[in-house]
Design a protein around this ligand. Structure first.
Ligand code: SF4
Length: 443
């Protein structure tokens, strides 16, 4: 068998980092990645499985790749990642077309296992592996543009939100050392990275497993001092552990973008308690007020989970009033659904699906007006923009993002005047605010 593989990566940036490490390890072991599945001897898919829609998407993608194997039975189909970690034997029994399953902890085993497959050596068809934590020493083939990278600072999660299956899929919290993260960041910056987005299941938990105390503030200071990265972005901050010190660091350092991603999930104290989140409405309100006081112009992003068991009309009204009062910039709104094996699955007072849909639509409509209003504050301002390249909509425009727009999640800036290269940070005068995007010209 020739040593070629085609890799499909699903799910969140944290999963993408795993895919990038798997890719790097395979290349180091002499394998070649190919863009077209028809050309690959091994079809490899890194799955997501933390909620049902993601599970369904993963299964569809596996079946799609399986059609290439049906057309050419000499190909091998290998499924790795969260879906395997979550459903294990069940998948093995139901997806006969798959040759090998590897769980999230088996990242470093994929290359040797594929070698065995290629050499026709019999091997277990399901490998889960021991708890894995990436290090800067592992080869990583990045899939993001050269000027931007994800930095995964922890693995797993010690929180026990009652709706969430991540801790049982990804295991206990494990933080990488500050030294190792500085090392990796320096290498990324040497390779052209200008914006580093720190990701984790819960960014503020960083360090608690290493030394019993939160170390995100210390890590961020080290990244500022010991790398020359232009922009640092902090994603997934747990609300009650965003410290005043962290807010101060962001306020005092231009190189940390004024953008805070704080998943609140809800704001009704009763629902937050049932969700097993460690804060209440007051904490959420105070946190937003404190951030606005210290960093008046910060862009705030959150996610909300609506329709949690026991949620009443009054709880939804609380969400509405919170959104009206706080005027957050970006809000991702999701419908609660029971996750097999989660604590909330057994909760009484489940909300009807129709009702959840109606609540979701209401909140989305309300927030879209607020988000548009917030976006309009940029018109006439001159903002630094990290240029990504020619716009995906038309090659007559350039596209980039301000510090207030996170890659892959928020809108962008469409540039209709002036020219520059991808990866440059240039000053752009914002001339128009559309529904999600801004329009501007290079000055
Ligand atoms: S913080 Fe809660 S929602 Fe997020 S991964 Fe951990 S348990 Fe899941």
């Amino acid at each position: 068998m020739n040593r070629t593989f085609h890799l499909v990566s699903l799910g969140c940036p944290k999963n993408l980092v795993d895919s990038e490490v798997v890719y790097g390890l395979l290349e180091k072991a002499g394998w070649n990645g190919v863009d077209e599945p028809e050309e690959a001897a091994v079809l490899l898919i890194n799955t997501c499985g933390f909620i049902q829609p993601a599970v369904e998407e993963s299964i569809e993608e596996i079946l799609q790749l399986a059609t290439y194997k049906s057309a050419d039975p000499s190909k091998k189909l290998v499924v790795i990642g969260c879906l395997v970690q979550r459903y294990r034997e069940k998948l093995e029994a139901e997806l006969e077309e798959v040759d090998l399953f590897v769980g999230t902890e088996g990242v470093v085993q994929v290359a040797p296992l594929l070698n065995r497959l290629a050499d026709g050596i019999e091997t277990d068809s399901l490998v889960i592996g021991d708890p894995f934590l990436m290090t800067s020493a592992l080869p990583r083939r990045r899939s993001t543009p050269f000027f931007r990278a994800w930095l995964k600072i922890t693995e797993g999660c010690d929180n026990r939100c009652s709706y969430c299956m991540i801790p049982s899929i990804r295991g206990r919290l494990r933080s990488r050392s500050e030294e190792d993260l500085v090392e990796e960041s320096r290498a990324l910056v040497d390779g052209g990275v200008r914006e580093l987005s720190l990701v984790a299941q819960d960014l503020t938990a960083y360090g608690t497993d290493l030394c019993g105390e939160r170390r995100l503030e210390s890590l961020v200071r080290k990244l500022l001092d010991r790398t020359s990265v232009d922009w640092i972005r902090l994603l997934y901050l747990y609300p009650s552990t965003v410290s005043t010190e962290l807010i101060d660091i962001i306020a005092e350092n231009d190189r940390i973008v004024p953008y805070l991603d704080i998943p609140l999930q809800h704001v009704s104290t009763k629902i937050l308690k049932a969700m097993n989140r460690r804060y209440n409405r007051e904490v959420a309100v105070d946190l937003v007020a404190e951030i606005r006081k210290r960093i008046p112009d910060a862009a705030l992003r959150t996610t909300l989970l609506l329709g949690f068991p026991g949620e009443t009309e009054d709880d939804v009204k609380e969400v509405e009033s919170f959104l009206r009062d706080t005027e957050l910039d970006h809000v991702g709104v999701f419908a609660y659904a029971n996750e097999e094996g989660s604590a909330a699955e057994r909760f009484s007072l489940q909300v009807e699906e129709d009702e959840i849909r109606e609540r979701l639509a209401r909140i989305i409509t309300l927030q879209s007006e607020i988000s548009q209003r917030r976006l309009r504050r940029f018109v006439s301002r001159v903002e630094p923009v990290l240029i990504e390249g020619v716009s995906r909509e038309t090659d007559l425009l350039l596209e980039g993002r301000t510090r207030y727009q996170a890659p892959d999640i928020d809108g962008c800036v469409l540039i209709n005047e002036g020219d520059t290269r991808s990866g440059e940070i240039v000053e752009v005068e914002i001339t128009e605010a559309q529904i999600y995007d801004l329009v501007g010209r290079i000055v």
